[in-house]
Design a protein around this ligand. Structure first.
Ligand SMILES: Cc1ncc(C[n+]2csc(CCOP(=O)(O)OP(=O)(O)O)c2C)c(N)n1
Ligand SMILES: [Mg+2]
Length: 341
């Protein structure tokens, strides 16, 4: 069968213009910038650990996704739930997770939330309401929709923010969860992180519509397509969607267009990327863009940038050292939490 090279130009896309709902102060801007810098530093830490053979399993980078992860989670309130994917470490930080806990879990140590049984972002934090990523793509969507239903029944006034990739959105459970959330008008927001690839598969081999946001019309919900490298655009869209969900008006589908700046994981050298692709996206680096904007607005000074650089470096180095010195799990504990008494 011939591969579809060109996507059909659908005119039915319910693309809404992102309205300016921004209610952020200068302190918020600096906090957003710091969170993105912390996320990038964590990423670099993980990559270093992988090269030192200290990572258990793969090292998954969120490089290029910082604005999407941080800007979206920043729109949440404490009572809300986060169901992040593997590129969303920035969202964990934004919810208040510490670098030490994240590092412990990435290095699979005994004191990590999963007691070393699992790694990366695969953990649950009851207090922060973070339900870490489930490996099976799209399996989170019906679960997250179920959490949204439970939140309504318990009158928690909470919204569930969930993410999926351009590849993961083609799994059947995506449809089931999204449809249920739409029909029952659940307080649910789904972000499709369209980062151009799923493993080595480019987007034109994954969907035949023009854009993933086109699917929103099929569920009868609003769809918003945003530039996922621009943190304020991400925040605006997510805040509007989260407010809408909280007001009982149902889910929104947000397509955030980004680039996976590394391979699927660090073992993947992304040789299949066309020449020049990374350079094109490097010019749109989410952190550089926001830094430039904040310097122009005189919100960030070069002195403050230096201070933030030093602080986040220290925070990550400290977390790496702490996790690296932490004890390994006991083999006998592997069965804990698996079998009921
Ligand atoms: C149901 C299922 N099929 C396959 C996999 C293996 N797998 C893990 S991540 C991945 C690619 C995901 O691509 P995408 O959804 O675009 O997210 P990205 O990694 O690009 O952020 C695949 C195929 C899986 N985890 N679950
Ligand atoms: Mg992808």
């Amino acid at each position: 069968m011939a591969e579809p090279k060109q996507k059909s130009k659908s005119k039915k896309t319910p693309k809404k213009q992102v309205e300016k709902v921004r209610n952020l102060t200068s302190e918020d801007y600096v906090r957003l910038y710091r969170l993105m810098r912390l996320t990038r530093e964590f990423d670099q830490g993980i990559i270093r650990l992988y090269r030192q053979s200290k990572m258990i399993g793969g090292a998954y980078s969120g490089w290029g996704n910082e604005a999407t992860a941080v800007g979206s989670a920043y729109a949440l309130e404490p009572q809300d739930y986060l169901y992040p994917m593997h590129r969303d470490i920035g969202a964990h930080f934004t919810r208040g997770q510490s670098a030490k806990v994240l590092m412990l879990n990435h290095l699979a140590r005994a004191d990590s939330p999963t007691r070393g049984v699992d790694g990366t972002g695969h953990y649950y934090d009851k207090k922060l309401r973070i339900v870490g990523n489930i490996s099976h793509l799209a399996a989170m969507i019906p679960q997250a929709a179920g959490t949204a239903l439970a939140a309504v029944k318990k009158k928690e006034n909470a919204v569930v923010l969930n993410y999926i990739g351009d590849g993961g959105m083609n799994v059947g459970e995506y449809y089931e969860g999204m449809n249920l959330a739409a029909v029952w008008k659940l307080p649910f927001v789904l972000i499709i992180e369209n980062n151009q690839y799923a493993y080595s598969t480019p987007t034109h081999l994954q969907y035949a519509c023009e854009s993933p946001v086109d699917r929103a019309v099929g569920y009868g919900i609003p769809g918003v397509k945003i530039d996922g490298t621009k943190i304020l655009e991400v925040y605006d869209a997510c805040k509007e969607a989260v407010d809408r969900a909280r007001a009982g008006k149902g889910p929104t589908l947000i397509e955030s267009v980004t680039m996976r700046m590394r391979g699927h994981a660090e073992h993947d050298g992304h040789e299949y990327y066309p020449k020049g692709l990374l350079e094109k996206w490097q010019a749109k680096d989410p952190i550089d863009q926001f830094e430039k904007y904040l310097v122009e607005k005189k919100i960030l000074t070069h002195k403050l940038i230096e201070k933030i650089s030093t602080d986040v470096k220290y925070e990550i180095e400290e977390a790496v050292e702490f996790a690296d010195k932490s004890p390994w799990p006991n083999g006998a504990d592997a069965e804990l939490g698996v079998y009921a008494e």
